[in-house]
Design a protein around this ligand. Structure first.
Ligand code: SF4
Length: 377
């Protein structure tokens, strides 16, 4: 791997993540466990001695999946099945699917039928994260997941291993947050596309190696940047279509904060070990920005969102909603109404690899940019 260009290791893994995992597996003789986003605790998979690999279905061109899953399924779930059917995921020894919505609940059963050779786990996340019982429930569920993964890997794993993995992941999250800050301070060098490369590869590379690559980045490099950028806030599931961040870079739209599960949300909160490591892990999960599909008191949900947007200083909000995602659709009218009453413009992009056109998205973003520029002093 080239050491001359410090960004190259991140690019290499993202150019061929499954091939990369295959050669890692051959080299180490260890297991690779896939997980569907969001909120599967990677620390648990790592503690049990396996490599956690995020499975992201958005952006995958669909050929075979529609024979196995209804056509009105979001790209994220449909793309995951497609990758499995086309052999991309053969390297996986197991797969963890979280319960975040009806789609993932049904996907788990379909997955078991399509890929019985994998050890498949359904992570039953609580729907009401604001209930005090959620934390205790999660501790039991995370402990169960740890034993299941340890059975696949054959490695004994308990609280000490979880603590060690949590420390490693916290260290990595700190550097990812630093990179996100660089994106705000030096956006010409630390472009949004490049910073997202760091986040996306963290979900695929062995975290120890990823940390070493992160430390070698040009943290001290100064930049001269004359481009005017408009601060925006983004809410959605993943950066879909892939390439949308480079579009933001080109259009001078700067994401000052986001709730994307492969974006800032990934690094926003540490485990911050405090007593029992599983309890600390559960606490981290409960403290995360709520994902669409989790249930909360509507007023609390809307006010929390509004506070985050206002605090970020964004001039506008872009919603990236996966087509057919009911969870995101349910929340939308309330969020838009609240933003409208506060005088913050917003734009909804409904994305799907089966229908999204990058050109349409570019045009809509350009128009939104013009609207926001007019609002600037
Ligand atoms: S929450 Fe939405 S995007 Fe995520 S899996 Fe469910 S339907 Fe798909």
């Amino acid at each position: 791997m080239s050491i001359e260009d410090p960004w190259r290791p991140f690019q290499e893994i993202m150019e061929a993540p499954w091939e990369w995992a295959r050669s890692w597996k051959q080299k180490t003789g260890r297991k690779v466990i896939g997980h569907l986003l969001p909120d599967v605790p990677e620390e648990i998979i790592h503690a049990a001695g396996a490599l956690p690999m995020a499975v992201e279905g958005a952006g995958v061109q669909i050929g075979q999946a529609q024979a196995h899953i209804p056509g009105y399924t979001c790209s994220h779930a449909m793309g995951a099945i497609e990758m499995g059917m086309t052999g991309k995921l053969d390297v996986l020894d197991g797969m963890v699917i979280p319960y975040v919505c009806d789609t993932t609940r049904n996907l788990f059963h379909i997955w078991n039928r399509c890929f019985p050779h994998m050890s498949n786990e359904f992570l039953r996340l609580p729907k009401r994260i604001d209930y005090p019982e959620a934390r205790d429930y999660l501790c039991v569920e995370f402990t169960r997941l740890l034993s299941s993964i340890a059975e696949i890997t054959g490695k004994k794993a308990g609280p000490d291993e979880v603590a060690r993995s949590s420390l490693l992941y916290d260290k990595s999250r700190k550097l990812l947050r630093d990179a996100y800050r660089m994106q705000q301070e030096r956006p010409a060098l630390w472009t949004q596309e490049k910073v997202q490369l760091l986040f996306a590869s963290a979900l695929r590379a062995p975290r120890e190696e990823h940390l070493t690559w992160m430390e070698a980045l040009p943290w001290d490099q100064e930049e001269v940047d004359c481009q005017v950028r408009i601060p925006i806030y983004v809410k959605g599931k993943v950066w879909d279509p892939p390439g949308i961040l480079s579009l933001f870079d080109k259009l001078g739209l700067l994401v000052v904060s986001d709730e994307i599960v492969t974006g800032f949300r990934l690094a926003a909160i540490d485990v911050g070990l405090n007593g029992n490591p599983i309890e600390s892990l559960a606490q981290r999960y409960i403290s995360l920005t709520p994902y669409p599909g989790y249930h909360m008191e509507p007023d609390m949900l809307i006010q929390g969102f509004l506070n985050r947007v206002v605090k970020s200083g964004a001039a506008g909000v872009v919603f990236i909603n996966p087509k057919f995602c009911e969870a995101a659709g349910f929340e939308m009218p309330d969020f838009q109404k609240a933003l409208g009453e506060t005088g913050i413009p917003s734009l909804i992009l409904e994305t799907s690899s089966r229908s999204a056109s990058m050109e349409q998205i570019r045009l809509r973003l350009e128009a939104f940019r013009e609207l926001l520029s007019g609002d600037l002093p």
